[in-house]
Ligand binder design. Structure first.
Ligand code: GLP
Length: 240
C-alpha cells in the first residue's frame, strides 16, 4: 500500500490522473472503475489534463461506476447516472456508450447480478477509483457489509442519508436504498486508488488504515488488496 499526501487538490488530481493514464496507455482495452462524490472530482480534472497534455484520446476506455440510488429516475440531476455524466464522462471525454452505471430501477437484484457479469465479461476492472464515506463506506457498502459481498441492493444508513441530503431539496427526497458494487467486487479490481480530502474524512481514513480489520469499518478491507494507493490532502491525513 502507498499513502501520498498532497498540499493542493490540483496536485493530488494531477498525480492520480497520471497513474490512471499510465494504466490506460498500458492496455489496448483498459477498464476503469469510476466513483461519485466530491472527492474524485480533482482526479477527473487531473486525468483530463494529463490526457490532453499527452494528446491521448479517452473514447475507447470502458468504465463501470460503483453505485447508484435505488428508485431514482436516471434523468434526475442527482442520480449517479447524471453525476457520472457531468463530473467524469464530459470532463474526460469518455465515450458515453462505454460508461456503465448500475441500474437501481426495476428488478434491482437481477440488475446487480448482470452488472457483476458485465464486469467479468470485460475481463475485470484494471483500476478502480474510490472515495470513502465518513462512516468508512466504500461505494454504498455500509458498515456490516461482508468483505466478500457482490453487487447488490443495500439499505442506506441514517448518516449516509443525512450526508447526501445536501444534494436534494429536503432529506425526505434522499433515496433510502442503493445498488452498489460489493466489497468483494471492488477487491477484484487489479489496482485501487482511494481519494479522501478534508478534515471530516480524517477519522474514516485513520480507521481504515490503522483500526481493526472489521466489517464495521468497510474501508479496512482495503488492507487485503496488494495494490492500493491512497491520495490524501493534509487534513484527511491529519490523524495518521
Ligand atoms: C457517496 C458515494 C461514495 C462516496 C461518498 C463520499 O456515499 N456512494 O462512493 O465515496 O459519497 O462522498 P464525498 O467524496 O462527496 O465525501
Amino acid at each position: 500500500m502507498t499513502i501520498q499526501v498532497f498540499q493542493s487538490l490540483a496536485e493530488l488530481g494531477k498525480s492520480a490522473g497520471a497513474q490512471i493514464v499510465a494504466v490506460i496507455e498500458g492496455k489496448p482495452d483498459p477498464v476503469i472503475g469510476l466513483a461519485t462524490g466530491s472527492s474524485p472530482i480533482p482526479v477527473y480534472q487531473g486525468w483530463a489534463a494529463v490526457a490532453k497534455e499527452r494528446g491521448i484520446a479517452m473514447d475507447h476506455v470502458v468504465c463501470f461506476a460503483l453505485d447508484e440510488y435505488s428508485g431514482l429516475e436516471t434523468e434526475h440531476p442527482e442520480s449517479y447516472h447524471s453525476v457520472i455524466a457531468r463530473d467524469a464522462t464530459e470532463v474526460i471525454g469518455l465515450n458515453p456508450s462505454l460508461v456503465r452505471v448500475p441500474c437501481g430501477l426495476g428488478d434491482v437484484a437481477a440488475n446487480a447480478l448482470e452488472y457483476d457479469e458485465a464486469i467479468q465479461a470485460a475481463s475485470g476492472i484494471d483500476l478502480q477509483i474510490l472515495g470513502i464515506g465518513r462512516n468508512g463506506h466504500l461505494g454504498f457498502n455500509e458498515p456490516g457489509s461482508p468483505f466478500d459481498s457482490r453487487t447488490r441492493e443495500i439499505d442506506l444508513m441514517p448518516e449516509t442519508i443525512a450526508d447526501n441530503a445536501r444534494f436534494f431539496d429536503s432529506i425526505t427526497q434522499v433515496p433510502t436504498k442503493a445498488i452498489t458494487q460489493g466489497l468483494g467486487t471492488i477487491l477484484e479490481a487489479r489496482e485501487l486508488i482511494v481519494v479522501a480530502t478534508g478534515e471530516a474524512k480524517a477519522p474514516a481514513v485513520a480507521a481504515a488504515l490503522k483500526g481493526p480489520e472489521s466489517v464495521d469499518l468497510p474501508g479496512s478491507v482495503l488492507r487485503r488488496h496488494s495494490n492500493v494507493t491512497w491520495y490524501l490532502d493534509e487534513a484527511a491525513a491529519s490523524l495518521l
